[in-house]
Design a protein around this ligand. Structure first.
Ligand SMILES: Nc1ncnc2c1ncn2[C@@H]1O[C@H](COP(=O)(O)OP(=O)(O)OP(=O)(O)O)[C@@H](O)[C@H]1O
Ligand SMILES: [Mg+2]
Length: 452
């Protein structure tokens, strides 16, 4: 029963009440309390009808109507002979630039089909889309915020972080994109050269260092290019100096894998994870550890020149795999960046254990499939310059294939990062100097150790 019927009923009741006659044929007028009550009921019903229209009617020339039309025109909703069975709008609401729509689909249309054509719908409607089905309805969340070509981190209003390692990733089609790395718990960043991977990493490192003291957060930075991470060389949060050699990388990552085992033994039977451990104050304080590996493809063992090198890379590889498998509970978070997101460099194990992906522009759709999932070419469709250079910083944030949004990464010019790092160093001037990296220990994948 629609509210319209209520309105109709109430109106009839009102006019009917005016015409009530008694047995002698005289018109009986109702007293004012009854009239007021009827008026209130009628007013309430009108408001309810207004609410219903506001939430359920897809007015012409509005976004919900365009979504419905696009679904029909892209053939996602079948035409039935000469007539088209339209999806019926069940619910709509909007907050800022984000629309939330629920459709009751015609029998022949499945949400599967809409999901499979999400990219085409996004292009046509110029928005980001999340599509899922629940309780017989098709749910659509569409972000329509315009994206800038450059978004400076300093322009984003600071917010109080409720969760550890909360960072402002950038501005997305659904508005601000703030996320907690502790909840990722591991991530991978991929995309072609010049896409902005290193800048994303630098922005994350800077924000984490700004938010947490060295007692709460330690960092391990691995940068084989040896030029991008040196800005952070003096950061008191570093567990070891910035790593730029393969055997050194193997050593520090193996050491971290050992630290993970040590934490596990400490927590066994006493706490379920690092938060639980800190809340119960069970003993030594355990800082979270953020491991950042830029150019992860450089660790690929088969590309090594010598047997020694190969062993080092295999050890680093095995340690990374182990950290991504178990690190979350022990407060160890790994973020890897690679220019070459192919099956060799990102094997299934590492892909499965890094649920968050930041995909910058990919040169071909196969790389996009590896980063975002089979059949998802979104990263290869990101905008680029007319000469084929990627639009730096434009990326897709994906969490376990269930949440995906395009965004413009927050950028901080190098001199500002340097100033910020100098400020952080001054704030923790009392903090002990960074310890040298551990002795070069190579852990073979099967667990035996060899000291070189
Ligand atoms: N979010 C951004 N906004 C604006 N410009 C950016 C952004 N990110 C990167 N850039 C520009 O693009 C350049 C290349 O970025 P970056 O070094 O991060 O690329 P990369 O993906 O790491 O490349 P490579 O794989 O070759 O290391 C930067 O020097 C900067 O000028
Ligand atoms: Mg780089």
């Amino acid at each position: 029963v629609t509210p319209f019927r209520f309105v109709l009923g109430a109106t009839t009741l009102w006019f009917g009440a005016q015409a009530v006659k008694d047995s002698a044929g005289r018109v009986v007028t109702l007293g004012w309390p009854v009239r007021m009550a009827l008026l209130l009921i009628a007013g309430g019903l009108v408001l309810q009808a207004g609410w219903w229209v506001h939430h359920h009617v897809a007015w012409p020339f509005t976004f919900p109507r365009r979504v419905r039309r696009a679904m029909v025109q892209l053939g996602l909703v079948q035409r039935d002979g000469t007539t088209t069975r339209y999806p019926r709008l069940h619910r709509k609401s909007r907050s800022g630039g984000v629309w939330y729509l629920q459709f009751r689909m015609p029998v022949a249309a499945s949400s599967e089909r809409v999901n499979a054509n999400r990219l085409a719908l996004m292009e046509r409607l110029d928005c980001s889309l999340r599509v899922w089905s629940d309780r017989g309805k098709l749910h659509i969340r569409a972000g329509r915020h315009p994206l800038p070509t450059v978004h400076l981190l300093s322009e984003a209003a600071p917010r109080t972080a409720m969760l550890p390692l909360t960072v402002h990733l950038g501005i997305g089609r659904e508005g601000r994109l703030d996320t907690s790395i502790a909840n990722w718990p591991h991530g991978r960043i991929g995309g072609t050269t010049g896409g902005g991977k290193t800048e994303v990493l630098r922005s994350l490192i800077m924000q984490c260092a700004r938010q947490h003291s060295p007692g709460e957060l330690q960092m391990v930075l691995v940068d084989f290019k040896a030029v991008d991470m040196w800005t952070f060389a003096a950061l008191p949060h570093l567990r070891w100096p910035v790593v730029d050699e393969h055997d050194q990388a193997a050593a520090v990552l193996s050491e971290l894998a050992d630290e993970q085992i040590r934490r596990r033994d400490l927590m066994k039977g006493r706490a379920k994870d690092i938060d639980d451990w800190s809340n119960r104050q069970l003993g030594e304080s355990m800082p979270r550890v953020l491991v950042v590996i830029d150019e992860f493809a450089d660790l690929y063992p088969k590309d090594a020149d010598s047997g020694e090198q190969r062993k080092a890379r295999e050890a680093a590889w095995a340690a990374t795999s182990s950290l991504t498998r178990m690190g979350r509970a022990f407060g160890i978070h790994v973020i890897i960046a690679t220019q070459r997101p192919d099956h060799d460099v990102l094997p299934g194990q590492i892909r499965a254990n890094t649920p968050v992906t930041v995909a910058l522009y990919c040169a071909n759709e196969f790389n996009s499939y590896i980063l975002l999932g089979q059949g998802n070419a979104a990263a290869s469709r990101l905008p680029c310059h007319p000469d084929g250079r990627p639009l730096a910083g434009r990326a897709i944030f994906q969490r376990s294939q269930s949440y995906e949004v395009q965004f413009q990464a927050a950028y901080t010019p190098a001199d500002e990062i340097e100033r910020e790092v100098a400020g952080i160093c001054a704030r923790y001037a009392q903090h002990p100097a960074i310890r040298p990296a551990p002795q070069t220990v190579i852990a073979l994948p099967h667990g035996s150790r060899e000291v070189s």
